[in-house]
Design a protein. Structure first.
Length: 344
């Protein structure tokens, strides 16, 4: 079992269980479709609330950039509150939809991966899937924490900008000093935010496997990181390299249809760009399942006990190790000298 490669086993799991990738694509693309639909609907409803007078219509019909800009500024005047309210409602709705879909989808994929590794790879009996409702609730709590961490990061960015702005007042502006002060805050946020988000994502494995609560699952994820940091970082590194390669190929492929924009109808170009984008997103979801499978393989690998072969490989000190037995050699009753027994 020591020769087991979590990265290779993760990719092998996605090949042997392609339904896992389709399940990941299903819930992620469902959330994406809901997000696009809700955004377009909110934007249309926001436009319907804007008052357009006859003078604005006349200016819009002139096709003069200056007059059109003046008409648009007049139409949008006083509508900032409605726009902020529409964005807030849309974001809250999307957050609720994402938490529900991510919790249900992650519970299904992690449960299937655990059964796969315990049955087909590690030759162990899979645990019975009980209390699924509690597991989904724990995943919902973890996903809510991920949203809270993201919100805290955004507020931290705003706070860092405000603090850095104190070094550059309006009377004596010092933009360079403000940027220098803002840079370490931003770097710290960019390090801590992905780290906490990654740990909360890894905690979903223990929420399903151990039926732990949100705090217990997070603690188990931190413990796994401390004990097996090398394999976890190896899985993340190799899948990250694969993601970078896929991004480079997708970027090159997207630039090819745009080169024929003058010779090919725009509809075909748009259709090609959409198909290439969807293909890239599908590959990203496949890589995410491979990475998750690698993490589960690391978590499920048993600790390898010390064997005689491994003990023989230790450096020799010139002295033989002491013999460990359960018998006390100093006990007088075990002595082979009669006078020692008599004296006792």
């Amino acid at each position: 079992m020591s020769l087991l490669s979590p990265t290779l086993e993760g990719f092998r799991a996605t090949v042997r269980r392609p339904s896992l990738t389709f399940a990941e694509i299903a819930w992620r693309w469902t959330v994406g479709a809901v997000a696009w639909t809700l955004s377009i609907f909110s934007f249309i409803e926001y436009l319907n609330t804007l008052p357009v007078s006859r003078g604005d219509r006349t200016l819009l019909g002139t096709r003069q950039p200056l007059l059109i800009g003046r008409a648009i500024s007049h139409i949008l005047r006083g509508s900032l509150n409605r726009a902020a309210l529409a964005v807030l409602v849309a974001v809250l709705a999307l957050v609720v939809v994402w938490i529900a879909a991510a919790s249900i989808g992650r519970a299904a994929t992690v449960r299937a991966l655990l059964d796969y590794f315990r049955r087909d790879v590690l030759a162990d009996d899979p645990s019975a899937s009980t209390n699924q409702v509690a597991r989904v609730r724990t995943l919902a709590a973890l996903n809510a924490l991920r949203v809270a961490v993201a919100l805290a990061a955004l507020l931290a960015f705003a706070g860092a900008a405000i603090v850095a702005g104190f070094a550059s007042p309006d009377k004596t502006p010092r933009p360079r000093l403000a940027f220098i002060l803002f840079l370490p805050f931003a770097a710290s946020i960019c390090i801590l935010w992905p780290a906490f988000n990654w740990l909360l994502s890894l905690a979903s494995v223990f929420a399903i496997r151990d039926e732990a609560d949100a705090l217990g699952a997070f603690s188990a994820a931190v413990l796994l990181l401390r004990e097996r940091m090398g394999p976890l970082l190896a899985v993340s590194a190799w899948t990250g390299v694969a993601h970078l390669v896929a991004f480079s190929i997708a970027g090159t492929a997207l630039s090819l249809p745009l080169a024929f924009l003058q010779f090919v109808p725009a509809r075909l170009i748009i259709a090609a760009v959409i198909l290439l984008t969807l293909g890239y997103l599908a590959i990203v979801d496949w890589l995410y399942i491979a990475r998750l499978a690698g993490y589960i393989c690391v978590a499920e690998m048993p600790d390898v006990p010390a064997t005689p072969a491994s003990l023989s490989s230790l450096p020799s000190t010139g002295q033989s190790p002491p013999l460990q037995t359960a018998i006390d050699r100093d006990e007088p009753i075990l002595s082979d000298l009669p006078h020692l027994v008599a004296e006792t």
